[in-house]
Design a protein around this ligand. Structure first.
Ligand SMILES: [Zn+2]
Length: 105
């Protein structure tokens, strides 16, 4: 095996032409059933990509709507008020009573 030299643009064009001829020859050898199967596989790959993109968009929409998975894992902390609803004093997250006025939280 000799080392592969970097092909020139002309050589690259010939390689692309040959690949296209090979592909065309392969397609012509295919039966209509084989061609339909190949097209079905290509379609499935496109559908899988589309489903993946839709999942990404759905996740982004959830985050944008204010429901990131992080908050869903710790709902108690997310629901705890940061300020006493009675006197407005800052309260410790997860605390049961306001340290300022004693109101149950
Ligand atoms: Zn208070």
């Amino acid at each position: 095996m000799e080392s592969i030299p970097t092909p020139s643009p002309e050589e690259l064009a010939k390689m692309v032409e040959k690949a296209q001829r090979d592909l065309q020859a392969a397609l012509e050898k295919m039966t209509p059933e084989e061609r339909a199967q190949a097209e079905a596989r290509a379609q499935q790959a496109i559908e899988a990509d589309r489903a993946y993109m839709q999942a990404l968009v759905a996740d982004a929409a959830k985050v944008a709507a204010g429901f990131p998975p992080k908050e869903a894992e710790a709902p108690k902390e997310a629901e705890a008020p940061n300020f006493c609803p009675n006197c407005g004093a800052p309260v410790v997250p997860g605390g049961k009573f306001c340290a300022h006025c004693g109101r149950p939280l």
